[in-house]
Design a protein around this ligand. Structure first.
Ligand code: C2O
Ligand code: CU
Ligand code: CU
Length: 579
């Protein structure tokens, strides 16, 4: 009897603690055309009174929200004050490979990276996060990630809430694993602590009117099934890369790692009340990270996944406390938003087929690595060369027992179908991440415009353990690939013949390139490149035959850092005609 009373008392105290006012962190903003970011270590109190070691941007955890205008040319300074090399990737944005911040674009400790680019994206919610191969999970889970809000004229014309921190809030939903010392454990399949904006059991004061939330799943692994207490309706107005045609009324919204969604909630009649934002993970079928069992077959186990109170059950993410409305509130959910013009299926130049599979099939597959088309990521291998301007259908089949969120850089895509079925309305907008369930084939269409580049773009699973484990590939977009075929040894010189310039690409990193004329005289040379591709201007060379000699880089990035490649066959020679 006594024990029961104590337990009841503890439950009560717990409930009180859980409902304590714990305002969620709202990141500062940076606006304009100069963005200064510093990556740094810090500490953050996820648990009151306990300092947890974190990584953050311009602060202890997370990063400032960048508010950028379409059409602006923005200069960035990214200073790395960590003792670890990392990169910063602008997830979802249409920018060149050089600016994209993928795994090739290192920022070594103590150095600064200065990308600069024009904002070409549509108004939506994007994000930035580290992307160093094998380190992405550590750097993201320790706290580095920030929002990017892009504004444009089309969005400005709509009667939508857009006052940051007043009726427009970014919410990054994450789960993490803390050890007994309350340090963040990475990697982990025991992520049993949910948080929004780095705040556990957080609260947010919202005015009694229509409020806009920009949701981001910033978790390393977990999928959420977002909904409101009491199944209150909310309205999705945007997907990853833009607004939808019209608000979609929903009671549930599935959000996989990397995905964003903008939603409206009408709090008008709720002044003085509270409402809980939840994940209804009990509704997940097995085969999703977040369900009772992560594999389709309940007998397939993932080490350390269970027991976990979040798996397959409904849990709270945060609480909205509704307060008095602002002086000029948005009071209605609009009927119409923007025109969405998906690419038509018959405009496609090519269909590429990708298969997601476990490295080792069988019942223990969830504990192993996953591959795309049976190969693991290799920094020195370009998996696809894509002609600039190509419209492509990517058909992706999940041949594994767990759902994977597929993400591609450079472009936004339009979903064509899931196993041949028309996608749900909430998936009919612009997307850059799509969750593909076991045994599902998802087809999307996209167009590779604007950025021929030497620095490859990535496509990968956005579950960070899978990504770091090699479930990633890379592609180069180039101008003249349409008229040239890739040669057998992976070295490509094009266009050939040429009039003004040519490019050499290789499946391995190129160290030195020397071009000599028919008399053996050197006309051009590039040394210590370490690129996959290099372009030469031939305008001043005169017409004739030239020979390109290429030496591969010997040092390749391997598992344990840099290692020496032993083959002697590291030279290639090609003929190029200038006419
Ligand atoms: Cu959000 Cu390649 O990443
Ligand atoms: Cu990305
Ligand atoms: Cu995956």
């Amino acid at each position: 009897m006594k024990v029961k009373k104590i337990i009841l008392g503890l439950i009560l105290i717990n409930r009180l603690l859980a409902t304590a006012q714990n305002p969620i962190l709202i990141p500062d903003t940076i606006m304009g055309t100069n963005v200064d970011l510093t990556l740094q270590y810090g500490t953050h109190q996820f648990y009151s009174g306990i300092n947890t070691n974190t990584m953050g941007v311009n602060g202890d955890v997370l990063g400032p929200t960048l508010i950028l205008n379409q059409g602006d040319f923005v200069n960035f300074t990214v200073k790395n004050n960590l003792t670890d090399t990392t990169t910063i990737h602008w997830h979802g944005m249409h920018i060149s490979g050089e600016n994209d911040g993928g795994p090739h674009t290192f920022i070594t400790p103590g150095t600064t990276w200065n990308p600069s680019f024009k904002i070409m994206d549509k108004a939506s919610t994007y994000w930035y996060h580290p992307h160093l191969h094998r380190k992405t999970n550590t750097h993201v889970s320790k706290g580095i990630s920030g929002f990017i809000i892009v504004k444009d004229d089309e969005e400005a014309d709509l009667d939508l809430p857009r006052t940051y921190g007043v009726d427009d809030f970014p919410l990054v939903i994450q789960t993490k694993d803390f050890n007994t010392a309350k340090e963040i454990v990475v990697p982990s399949n025991t992520d049993d602590v949910a948080m929004v904006n780095a705040t556990i059991d957080g609260t947010l004061e919202v005015p009694a009117q229509v409020v806009r939330l920009r949701l981001l799943n910033g978790s390393s692994m977990r999928v959420f099934n977002v909904g409101l207490e009491g199944n209150k309706t909310f309205y999705q107005i945007g997907s990853d890369g833009g607004l939808l045609e019209a608000p979609i009324s929903l009671t549930r919204l599935q959000l996989a790692p990397g995905e964003r969604a903008e939603i409206l909630i009408d709090f008008a009649s709720m002044n003085g009340q509270s409402l809980v934002l939840k994940s209804y993970a009990s509704e997940f079928q097995n085969g999703i990270y977040g369900a009772s069992f992560p594999g389709m077959n309940a007998n397939m186990t993932l080490d350390n996944y269970n027991p976990n109170s979040l798996n397959g059950s409904d849990f709270n993410l945060m609480t909205f406390n509704v307060v008095v409305p602002t002086s000029s509130p948005v009071t209605a959910i609009p009927n119409y938003l923007v025109t969405v013009t998906p690419l038509s299926e018959n405009s496609s130049d090519i269909t590429r087929t990708l298969v997601m599979q476990p490295k080792q099939m069988g019942m223990n597959q969830l504990n192993g690595l996953f591959t795309i088309n049976n190969v693991s990521f290799n920094l020195d291998v370009i998996n696809y060369y894509i002609p600039l301007g190509n419209t492509e259908i990517w058909s992706i089949r999940n041949q594994s027992a767990i759902a994977h969120p597929f993400h591609i850089h450079d472009v936004q895509f339009y979903l064509l179908d899931r196993n041949g079925n028309t996608p749900a309305p909430s998936e009919q907008g612009r997307k850059d991440v799509i969750l593909i369930k076991p045994q599902e084939t998802v087809r999307f269409i996209t167009k590779f415009d604007d950025f021929p580049s030497n620095i490859p773009y990535m496509y990968h699973c956005h579950m960070l353990i899978h990504e770091d484990g090699g479930m990633m590939g890379q592609f180069i977009v180039d101008t003249t690939l349409k008229i040239n075929k890739k040669s057998e040894d992976g070295v490509l010189v094009y266009p050939n013949p040429t009039t003004d310039k040519f490019t050499i690409t290789s499946i391995r990193n190129i160290k030195d390139v020397t071009v000599v004329n028919a008399l053996g005289q050197m006309v051009a040379q590039e040394k210590e490149l370490n690129y996959f591709a290099v372009t030469f201007d031939t305008k001043n060379w005169g017409k004739g035959i030239y020979f390109v000699e290429l030496i591969y880089a010997n040092d390749v990035k391997g598992k344990g850092g840099m290692k020496r490649r032993k083959d002697k066959n590291n030279k290639k020679r090609r003929k190029i005609i200038v006419q």
